[in-house]
Write a protein that binds this ligand. Structure first.
Ligand code: ADP
Length: 367
């Protein structure tokens, strides 16, 4: 009799637990099905096996038009989805991976994907994929980018003309005019050149953001480029001594204009961030098949923590010494991006108040 009673009690307990479990499953299913973030699962063959309503609504498909189909059918760029699947198979977790998805109405949505894989006993069960729509943000950025590119371009043309006219006057009056006039003209030339360089940097930034930067590679003599940069930089300052090492007989195959932009950004930073003056040196070290180029200053230096973020877009160091110098935080980002296009990398060695050395390598031939 007692046994029976215990059995009935046990059964009631199981029933209750089962109902609670069912409720939990229902709640969780509801949570994922109706979450406002688009979610989906893809199996090991790249087939969508589940998607929530937010995902279907975002792309405009019915369940039967989406679930059961290869995820690659909905990606605008096949290289991107192949890369995503490869990474997930390799067990990587994707954070804010940029992709474009095809909507039913033919439009394309720009999204950021966060995803990793559920595995059981090492077996790929399905991806857990969260998608965030950034189409509007992307268009907004595009409009800003176009605006920056247009303004920079419009500024560059008249500024270049001003520089040329000033140089013409300097040549024409060179011998006949007094020192004061020449000094004023030279100041105008310096300021106009600074503005041309700024407009040039903003234009390059817009091109990089658009992925529209193209290298115009040519073989050129590094010595003459370094000489131009050093002469131009010396014009900007009387406090600093700009020197160059022995660049004789070094030929490199790169985009001359862009490598010039890299050097000129590094040298102008070396001047800007050495407010007490000192020597700025552009040196090189010849190694087999490549040349190591360094820009060395004796300025305020950079602490180790800031060195990690120095090449991020718009990054500026926020301490009292650095804040006093004005800037936009794009120079080093451009340096790093331009060098990446040349399969090279910018590196920094520095200590606070001990000066800085920025260096990079390029393939070279020696004559
Ligand atoms: P900015 O226009 O601010 O100079 P950059 O991208 O060229 O932008 O540089 C980013 C930051 O790195 C600067 O704000 C500055 O704090 C630091 N920096 C760059 N070059 C040097 C240098 N030679 N010495 C010390 N700090 C530097």
């Amino acid at each position: 009799m007692e046994d029976r009673f215990e059995l009935v009690e046990q059964l009631a307990k199981y029933k209750k637990e089962n109902e609670e479990l069912k409720l939990k499953v229902e709640e969780l299913t509801d949570f994922f099905e109706n979450a406002s973030i688009p979610l989906h699962w893809v199996d090991g063959d790249g087939i969508i096996i589940w998607a929530n309503q937010a995902e279907l609504d975002a792309l405009g498909y019915l369940k039967e038009e989406y679930i059961g189909f290869p995820i690659s059918d909905f990606h605008a760029d096949q290289n991107v989805i192949n890369d995503i699947l490869d990474r997930l198979i390799r067990n990587e977790t994707l954070y804010d991976y940029s992709a474009s998805l095809k909507c039913k109405d033919g439009s394309v949505k720009h999204v950021l994907i966060n995803s990793n894989v559920l595995r059981k006993d090492g077996k790929f069960i399905h991806t857990r994929c969260f998608t965030r729509d950034v189409t509007e943000k992307k268009y907004e950025e595009q409009r800003k980018n176009d605006f920056v590119a247009m303004v920079s371009h419009e500024l560059k043309t008249p500024l270049t003309a001003i520089t040329s006219y000033v140089q013409l006057l300097m040549r024409k009056w060179g011998k006949d005019t007094d020192g004061f006039n020449m000094q004023v003209l030279s100041r105008i030339e310096i300021q106009a050149k600074k503005m041309v360089a700024m407009a040039h940097d903003f234009l390059s930034l817009a091109k990089i953001e658009d992925g529209k930067i193209h290298l115009r590679r040519e073989k050129f003599d590094l010595e003459s480029l370094v000489r131009e940069i050093v002469v131009d930089a010396q014009l900007l300052t009387t406090k600093h001594n700009i020197r160059s090492g022995d660049f004789k007989g070094i030929e490199i195959d790169a985009d001359r204009d862009k490598i010039g932009q890299v050097l000129s950004n590094l040298v102008s930073n070396a001047i800007k961030y050495s407010p007490m003056g000192g020597t700025v040196t552009v040196t090189c070290e010849k190694c087999p098949g490549e040349v190591n180029i360094s820009v060395v200053d004796q300025g305020i230096g950079i602490n180790k923590t800031d060195q990690k973020r120095l090449f991020d877009r718009y990054y500026r160091i926020n301490d009292n010494n650095h804040k006093e110098v004005s800037g936009f935080g794009i120079g080093l980002y451009l340096v790093s991006e331009i060098l990446k296009y040349h399969q090279s990398e910018i590196k920094v060695e520095s200590e606070q108040n001990q000066g800085s050395t920025f260096h990079f390598a390029l393939p070279a031939e020696f004559k």
